[in-house]
Design a binder for this molecule. Structure first.
Ligand SMILES: Nc1ncnc2c1ncn2[C@@H]1O[C@H](COP(=O)(O)OP(=O)(O)OP(=O)(O)O)[C@@H](O)[C@H]1O
Ligand SMILES: [Mg+2]
Length: 344
């Protein structure tokens, strides 16, 4: 009864349409590994308004997925992990919720599209079962209405012939179709926040664009906020209101998307921008790769984590860890010697 009442009080139509939805405050996720304590997320702060999209971008291993999972409450303090800082979702401290409240949060308020769609789909269950299970559990729907709603959801995410597809197994679908199913599952209970972790990796460019457009359309319809995680700045371009560039578990730079693309101040953001393929360049132009590799997060460098790879690094970069410094409104960058100084 109580959980049903909670769920109904948060149905989309009754939700506020503006204001802060999520506040991440100095979040740290330390994973205890055989090699030592790995600082996967190391002091991340940002806020997200209802209906807003933030793009989280960074190279492989920068902590994007661990951040997404920690925000959801999938990582909690225990034998393998220690969390500090806070995740406030709609006024509630996610880390303080017990397993029952967490499940109800995932069922009604936060949806996640996981990085690998196959891990989210059980190969021995038909597509329909994946959807009806969550609909029956969190919305209390009976068998037939749940199936009807599942067909609607498959239609909503652009799956042709949903009445036939609903009885297929995941392996009978293409990668793009499976990704649509995973999105349908994440949206089944019309969450206020969708965390989309590399929702288009491993898909060809055309399908990639279709899926991203789909997310944008559904967002406009449902008014949900999105955390769009990608290793590719090009994916978040034109889709995120704000961008946070992550490097080695920390936010190197954050700004509204337009400012970040036009005027990156952190050398790492500048390098990532140079690595985006451009349509007007002939196909034989080699992309600028960023030399070197990200640091070992068990023993990260003392100063700036990016210093060993940074063309502009000076002595202080190797000794003093730069913090995010407020510059122009809302444009923050953690760098002692920012690039493009005075060019804005
Ligand atoms: N369960 C785990 N056990 C041990 N280390 C982990 C675990 N999950 C993540 N890590 C480590 O935490 C760091 C951050 O990983 P994470 O998966 O968040 O990176 P990412 O930015 O999502 O990368 P990618 O772009 O490849 O998805 C990496 O060094 C990774 O090896
Ligand atoms: Mg990841």
């Amino acid at each position: 009864m109580t959980s049903n009442a909670t769920r109904e009080s948060t149905r989309p139509a009754e939700r506020p349409r503006s204001g802060t939805l999520l506040a991440v405050e100095d979040l740290r996720t330390v994973i205890h590994t055989a090699r030592g304590d790995l600082k996967a997320v190391d002091g991340v702060s940002f806020t997200l308004d209802r209906g807003e999209t933030i793009g989280i971008v960074g190279e492989s291993g920068s902590g994007k997925s661990v951040l997404g999972r920690t925000i959801m409450g999938l990582h909690t303090t225990g034998p393998t992990t220690t969390i500090s800082g806070r995740v406030m979702f709609d006024g509630r401290d996610v880390q303080s919720l017990g397993p029952k409240d967490l499940r109800s949060l995932w069922g009604s308020q936060i949806g996640m599209v996981f990085q690998d769609p196959m891990t989210a789909l059980n190969p021995v269950k038909k597509i329909g079962v994946h959807l009806t299970e969550t609909l029956r559990k969190h919305q209390g729907l009976g068998r037939t209405p749940a199936r009807e709603r599942a067909v609607e959801l498959l239609d909503l995410v652009g799956i042709p012939d949903p009445r036939r597809r609903i009885d297929q197994f995941p392996h009978e679908m293409s990668g793009g179709m499976r990704q649509r199913v995973v999105i349908a599952m994440a949206l089944a209970n019309e969450p206020a926040l969708l965390i989309a972790d590399e929702p288009t990796t491993a898909l060809d460019v055309t399908v990639q664009r279709q899926i991203l457009d789909l997310l944008g359309n559904l967002q406009a319809e449902m008014g949900m906020a999105i955390i769009l995680i990608s290793h590719n700045l090009g994916v978040v371009a034109g889709r995120a209101d704000r961008v946070a560039v992550m490097y080695a578990g920390r936010v190197a730079e954050t700004a509204d998307a337009k400012t970040l693309f036009a005027d990156p101040r952190h050398p790492y953001s500048e390098a990532l921008l140079r690595a985006i393929p451009r349509l007007h360049e002939p196909p034989h132009v080699r992309l600028a790769a960023i030399d070197g590799a990200p640091p070992n997060m068990v023993q990260p460098p003392v100063g700036c984590r990016f210093a060993p790879r940074c063309a502009y690094a000076q002595e202080d970069c190797r000794t003093v860890l730069p913090e995010l410094e407020p510059a122009a409104t809302g444009h923050l960058f953690a760098c002692h010697h920012p690039v493009n100084r005075g060019e804005n």
